[in-house]
Design a protein around this ligand. Structure first.
Ligand SMILES: [Zn+2]
Length: 185
C-alpha cells in the first residue's frame, strides 16, 4: 500500500516536531561549543523560533529613549546606514539581544572588532566597533543578555565617540531597521 502525499508530509512534520522538542531541552551552557549532535539541533531550534517583535537594548544601562533612528542616513562612498548606533562610555558591556550561535569573531575595515550571531528565524546580528570581545569563540552557543564584547570606536568609528553599531539581517531579506525592535510604542 502506498502512502498518500499528505500522509508522507504529516510523517515528516511529526519527525521535525519531535527533533525540535529534543533540541528544546538540550541547550548547551553559554560559551560552550555545541557537541556533534547538538549543532544540527541548534540550527533546527533557531529555524523554528520566530524573531521576537521586541529585543532588549544591546548596551548595558542604555534606555530605548536614548537611541536615535539613523536608519538609511547617508554614509561615506554612497553607502546608507544599515543599523542603529548606540552611544555609551568606552568599555560598557554589549549584551546579546538574542540567543544563538556565534558565527564569527573578527576584524573588518568598517566595523573594526565585530561579532556576528546567528539568531532566531536564522536572523544574523552584527555588533561592530567593539573595544574588545566577550569570553567565547566561533561556534559557541550564547543566551540573550550574554556579553558580546565592550563598547569602543574601532574600525571607521575611530574619529567618533565610542558606540555600538548594531545591525539585523533577516534571512532572505537582508538588512532591516533594528530601531523598531528596540523601541516600545
Ligand atoms: Zn552605525
Amino acid at each position: 500500500m502506498q502512502f498518500s502525499t499528505w500522509q508522507r508530509y504529516l510523517k515528516q512534520f511529526i519527525i521535525v516536531l519531535w527533533i525540535g522538542s529534543l533540541a528544546g531541552c538540550q541547550r548547551p551552557e553559554s560559551g560552550h561549543q555545541p557537541g556533534l549532535f547538538q549543532l544540527p539541533m541548534e540550527y533546527l531550534h533557531l529555524m523554528q523560533t520566530p524573531l521576537p517583535a521586541q529585543l532588549p537594548v544591546p548596551v548595558q544601562g542604555v534606555k530605548p529613549q536614548q537611541i536615535a533612528d539613523t536608519w538609511g542616513a547617508a554614509r561615506s562612498q554612497g553607502r546608507r546606514h544599515e543599523g542603529v548606533d548606540i552611544f555609551a562610555k568606552r568599555g560598557t558591556p554589549v549584551l546579546s539581544t538574542t540567543e544563538g550561535l556565534i558565527l564569527s569573531v573578527g576584524v573588518n575595515t568598517l566595523g573594526g572588532n565585530v561579532v556576528w550571531v546567528l539568531g532566531p528565524d536564522m536572523s544574523r546580528h552584527y555588533y561592530a566597533h567593539l573595544e574588545s570581545y566577550g569570553q567565547f569563540s566561533q561556534g559557541d552557543w550564547i543566551k540573550t543578555g550574554d556579553v558580546i564584547g565592550y563598547v569602543g570606536n574601532s574600525g571607521n568609528a575611530r574619529t567618533t565617540p565610542p558606540h555600538l553599531h548594531y545591525g539585523i539581517y533577516r534571512n532572505g531579506e537582508g538588512a532591516i531597521n533594528p530601531y523598531p525592535y528596540l523601541i516600545r510604542d
